[in-house]
Write a protein that binds this ligand. Structure first.
Ligand code: FAD
Ligand code: NA7
Length: 457
């Protein structure tokens, strides 16, 4: 009998978790199926693989990346640590709790560089279209080899969609914005604060992007930052130079009018208005349709598409937990594909989904969200052999992090946390975050030498 074939779309943290899950089974002596992972970029790492480009890439594909220069982890690294590959193992010394992007990118790569994971990935290859044959129960995947400008197709028994969901902007319209004389961009195209130095900035939105881009622009010298919220303000204590205002109603040239009747002049507008789950390679009946949400509908255990469980989605939830959540999902998905984890019937699955959806409806604040996602991880981690980690402690850290941010949005990244994987306490970074303008790995890992004493002993 020929080997089963597994197709994975995307080599970001979720797709890489899937590859690592299979590698871990292979190392334990299990026979694994034939696996091919398709990645439209030239390298792995998804969002963490920074691109200076905006718009389209060198082959004319929409740019995936939404990360920017000077991006530092927006939560403690102890909350995302792989439980089978610790920060200690990778860096061989304690590091701080909030590393910059290049350092986390390095960590993600460390775990997979030791395996032959790269061999499974076809880079510069875009998944263009998927169809499913009810008779053969196989997927046909149409692929574009971007480098050689060739289109071809291959068949798979299982399809893992790990294409991310923070890439296609949600770009609302505000009356008069077409006549705004300055820059109007979406957070997806923000590549760093430098160009906004000395400017009066308007950021629309009140979630992670607004908070982080606002604080970064303040740190790097914007004249003022105004955050405009639709539903709730972020509500932390803002320093002088950052303020929150209600939603913009319309623009007149460079003047924004707000719901409370106030007006203000701006040099640039950044829409921090979130992203769309977009799967242009999937037909209607296989497409996950959801907003950014802690429990997207139609996914059993947050993973298996209920109408067709051979179709697997990873990392489609809104995220408190990230890398360790993708791992728990990927390990369970692997066991299903290996025939070691059996799914109940469709009705039972639906019932399980409904319970989570109902609870999701009742969540009130960040602490509830953390408890919800922690319980979700508890629910799935027990179903595979992914190494257990202290979820209670991680939930506590998330809640402390939320409090830290409320207390002081400019200094929360100077706090340190203890690893639940190794017990190591994070080191303090050599420079306070507000004074640290260099986000390179070299600068981050550099250890200032002890100052030599002039005292004669
Ligand atoms: P992605 O990282 O988005 O990777 C998806 C991959 O799929 C990409 O490589 C893409 O090129 C590929 N792909 C997409 N479509 C196709 C196709 N048709 N064919 C082939 N390949 C395709 N998380 C944290 O833990 N800490 C943070 O500080 C943090 N900051 C963030 C800041 C920003 C601005 C954003 C946008 C996200 C941030 N995140 C953060 C969340 C981040 O999305 C996750 O950490 C993680 O990258 C999600 O992994 P993923 O593999 O699911 O998706
Ligand atoms: P999120 O977390 O999905 O938040 C989107 C924000 O945009 C949220 O505050 C929304 O307000 C706001 N929004 C959406 N549409 C509109 C319109 N039409 N008008 C005004 N405001 C709007 O996306 P982020 O980009 O902040 O974060 C995504 C990831 O990127 C995250 O994981 C980070 O790690 C980085 P609402 O509250 O719904 O009224």
């Amino acid at each position: 009998m020929s080997k089963k074939r597994i197709g994975i779309i995307g080599a970001g943290p979720s797709g890489l978790a899937q590859l690592r899950a299979f590698e871990s089974a292979r190392k334990k002596g299990e026979e694994i199926p034939e696996i091919v992972c398709f990645e439209k970029q030239s390298n792995w790492g998804g969002m963490w693989n920074y691109s200076w480009r905006t718009g389209v890439g060198k082959y004319g594909e929409p740019i995936h990346g939404s990360m920017y220069k000077y991006l530092w982890s927006n939560g403690p690294k102890e909350c995302l640590e792989f439980s089978d590959y610790s920060f200690d193992e990778h860096f061989e010394k304690p590091i701080s709790s909030y590393p910059p992007r290049p350092v986390l990118f390095d960590y993600i790569q460390g775990r997979i560089k030791r395996d032959n994971v790269r061999d499974y990935i076809r880079f510069d290859t875009t998944a263009r279209w998927v169809s499913f044959d009810e008779k053969t129960k196989k997927f046909t995947l149409v692929l574009d080899d971007l480098k050689n400008d060739k289109t071809y197709s291959e068949e798979f028994d299982y399809l893992v969609v790990a294409s991310g969901h923070f890439s296609t902007p949600n770009m609302p319209y505000f009356k008069g914005i077409e006549n705004f004389p300055g820059n109007v961009i979406h957070a997806h195209d923000f590549r760093g604060a430098d160009q906004f130095k000395d400017q009066e900035l308007l950021l629309i939105g009140s979630s992670y992007s607004a908070e982080d881009i606002g604080v970064q622009c303040h740190k790097h010298g914007a004249k003022s930052v105004t955050l405009s919220y639709r539903t709730n303000p972020i509500g932390v204590k803002w320093p002088d130079g950052i303020e929150e205002m209600p939603l913009v109603t319309h623009f007149e040239e460079d003047i924004a009018h707000f719901k409370d009747g106030r007006t203000k002049r701006f040099d640039a507008v950044i829409m921090c208005t979130g992203y769309q789950h977009k799967f242009p390679f999937l037909p209607d009946e296989m497409r996950l349709k959801t907003k950014n949400n802690l429990y997207p509908d139609n996914l059993y255990k947050g993973i298996f598409f209920n109408d067709l469980p051979q179709l697997i989605y990873l990392g489609m939830q809104d995220q408190y937990y990230t890398f360790n959540m993708f791992d728990t999902q990927a390990w369970l998905a692997r066991d299903y594909m290996l025939g070691k984890f059996e799914l109940p019937d469709k009705r039972t699955r639906r019932g399980d989904i409904n319970v989570w959806l109902q609870r999701n409806e009742s969540l009130k604040d960040g602490h509830d969200h953390v408890d919800f996602q922690s319980d979700y991880i508890r629910d799935i981690i027990k179903l595979s052999d992914y190494p257990d980690f202290n979820i209670d402690k991680v939930a506590e850290m998330f809640k402390e992090w939320l409090n830290d941010k409320e207390e002081n949005i400019l200094t929360y990244r100077d706090k340190t946390y203890r690893s639940v994987v190794t017990g190591t306490m994070a080191a303090e970074h050599h420079t306070e975050w507000m004074d640290e303008m260099d986000d390179s790995k070299e600068r981050y890992l550099f250890e200032p030498e002890e100052e030599e004493s002039d005292d004669v002993k």
